[in-house]
Ligand binder design. Structure first.
Ligand SMILES: Cc1cc2nc3c(=O)[nH]c(=O)nc-3n(C[C@H](O)[C@H](O)[C@H](O)COP(=O)(O)O)c2cc1C
Length: 212
């Protein structure tokens, strides 16, 4: 066995290893919005979560709405970053303008209500459910990110939730419920340059131990 639907583990790993952090993105997408939506729906339909509690929520924002979203991010982050220093604001705002120049945003949220309910239905693991939710969120992120890049797009993962007023502005723009918590923000668009190469990794002697 080992061969399901004509796809081997090696083929799947080769596909997964194609995913890179891509910052040079165009404001276009050769992949139609409906196809991106279909990919997200596919991921939501099978990706795992602890006890299948499904705390992950996703918002897709495309085209002019992506630019408007980034305008909100830029104005909400300005007082925070300028408060740290003009140099921080200058460097971050030019990064943010670059993200605004992409085509779309995929926001990954956690449903606080789902976590609360899960803590009641699974009391013995209640203290772990927020952490498990983060694991599940990351699993959804990597699946969507990889699938988009296999469609020929580039994408990068951002964490604007590091600044509470920015998270609040994004929540307002997206019109999500109050109990949602932003976990990650995937910007995507057509690649504006060669797809990046894989960065160096630690040696297996440091990262892997086999006990047999
Ligand atoms: C949990 C996690 C958080 C990350 N956060 C950011 C981020 O906030 N901004 C960013 O530009 N890249 C972020 N990255 C991308 C990493 O910098 C990138 O994955 C790493 O350098 C390896 O490069 P690769 O994605 O091309 O394999 C994040 C990646 C992970 C897995």
């Amino acid at each position: 066995m080992g061969l399901i639907a004509n796809l081997s583990a090696d083929q799947w790993l080769a596909a997964a290893s194609h995913r890179r952090t891509v910052y040079t993105l165009k404001g276009t997408s050769n992949v139609p919005d409906d196809r991106v939506k279909e990919i997200i729906e596919h991921v939501l339909s099978f990706a795992p979560s602890s006890y299948n509690t499904q705390p992950v929520r996703i918002t897709l924002v495309t085209g002019p709405k992506h630019k408007q979203l980034w305008d909100r991010v830029i104005s909400a982050s300005k007082p925070v970053l300028k408060g740290i220093g003009d140099d921080v604001w200058n460097s971050m705002s030019s990064r943010f303008e670059g993200f605004k120049g992409a085509y779309g945003s995929i926001l990954f949220w956690e449903s606080g209500q789902t976590i609360k309910e899960s803590e009641e239905t699974h009391p013995s693991s209640a203290h772990m459910l927020a952490e498990f939710s983060d694991h599940a969120n990351g699993m959804h992120q990597i699946l969507v990110w990889t699938a988009l890049e296999l469609e020929g797009l580039g994408a990068n993962l951002q964490h604007l939730n590091a600044m509470p007023p920015v998270e609040a502005a994004i929540k307002k723009f997206c019109g999500v419920p109050d109990d949602y918590k932003l976990k990650a923000h995937l910007n995507y668009g057509d690649d504006a340059a060669e797809h990046p190469t894989k960065p160096e990794k630690l040696s297996f002697s440091e990262t892997l131990k086999v006990i047999s």
